[in-house]
Design a protein around this ligand. Structure first.
Ligand code: NAD
Ligand code: AKB
Length: 313
């Protein structure tokens, strides 16, 4: 029986992944953990307050629950990372090393997410390949690229079964995003319903790879359940679903909210967006373990509006 520990479980991804893992493995077999109080949606199952930087406490929880699988999601994202570079590096790197060490000592499987932020201004920006020039220029991207190298190292040197995806911007309605450059694509829905107008911090034409949360959770579970011999990439897999700009998502929302207004006031996050790809080639993931996305832009917009209207209106 799997005993799963989710670290960073109260975040945007962690909330939804914890719910899915509890469906799969049973509520009592998925221990959620985070620095903060449990998020309401995951409060009905086992929960530990954990600072993943505290290796002793992490090891105690692993022993106490006989953990076999860890999903390590805690991180400082791109925009917040530029405001506190040293802190972002410390958290993003040292927490991963604590978790990889737990893998070396016996935790059977580890999941750790990377990001399209591993790419930089020298990377080919259309259909960015799995293996290409990287050179990220944000501290978040640098930490994710270094993390990918550590994952591959621990797999090759110590046989740790660590798996990873390079997520694009993730969009969901169950939790608020936490300091990323792609967060506008979540905020815009709340503003369309609540205020009727939105001031966007990226340019109208800033096209970025994006994914609906259900697809991100599906990709994560499928990668973790794939036979080990199918997982040929031990740094991190490109995964992709759609690409759009602020103008494109605005127009899709206007189909239901024709009076919705948008203005553009690009800030420091535009420079980050400029350094990331427009679109991603994820053929390796599709070939190795059968990745297929379900949601395109119109389905994403319809689902986000339906669910947020049910909560907010
Ligand atoms: P988030 O900021 O919403 O959640 C991160 C969680 O980690 C928060 O609940 C926070 O309280 C917790 N945390 C922070 N420091 C901690 C610590 N020291 N110990 C324990 N918990 C701590 O982030 P997210 O959007 O859910 O992202 C999860 C992971 O997915 C991150 O590694 C991120 O880099 C990656 N990712 C996310 C996106 C996206 O669009 N959301 C895209 C690419 C990659
Ligand atoms: C961010 O914008 O920082 C994240 C990411 C793409 O990693 N959403």
């Amino acid at each position: 029986m799997n005993k799963v520990l989710v670290i960073g479980a109260c975040g945007q991804l962690g909330t939804e992944l914890t719910l899915k893992l509890r469906d799969l493995f049973g509520v009592d077999n998925v221990i959620a953990s985070d620095l903060r109080d449990p998020a309401e949606l995951i409060a009905d199952g086992p929960y530990e307050r954990l600072d993943v930087m505290d290796k002793e406490s992490l090891d105690l929880i692993i022993d106490q629950y006989q953990i076999t699988e860890i999903y390590h999601l805690a991180a400082i994202l791109s925009a917040k990372g530029e405001q506190a570079p040293k802190m972002a590096w410390d958290l993003n790197m040292n927490s991963l090393l604590n978790v990889l060490e737990a893998g070396r000592k016996g935790v059977k499987k580890i999941y750790w997410p990377s990001s399209i932020a591993v790419f930089g201004p020298d990377t080919p920006s259309n259909q960015t390949p799995q293996h290409t020039v990287m050179n990220p220029n944000t501290v978040y991207g640098i930490s994710k690229l270094a993390g990918e190298r550590w994952c591959e190292y621990y797999h090759q040197k110590y046989g740790v079964d660590v798996r990873s995806l390079r997520y694009p911007g993730l969009i969901g309605y169950k939790a608020q995003p936490g300091g990323g450059t792609t967060d506008y694509a979540v905020d815009i829905f709340w503003k369309a319903i609540m205020d009727g107008s939105y001031e966007c911090f990226l340019r109208a034409d800033a096209k970025l790879p994006m994914m609906y949360m259900d697809d991100a959770v599906k990709a994560t579970v499928e990668l973790m359940q794939a036979d080990a011999d199918k997982v040929t990439v031990r740094s991190s897999y490109n995964v992709s679903a759609m690409s759009f700009s602020p103008e494109m998502i605005y127009e899709a929302i206007c189909k239901r909210y024709p009076d919705f207004k948008i203005t553009y006031t690009p800030d420091f996050r535009q420079e980050i967006a400029d350094s990331w790809p427009n679109s991603i080639d994820d053929s390796q993931a599709r070939k190795d373990w059968g990745w297929q996305h379900d949601f395109d832009l119109d389905q994403l917009v319809g689902t986000m509006l339906d669910n947020l209207e049910a909560i907010l209106v």
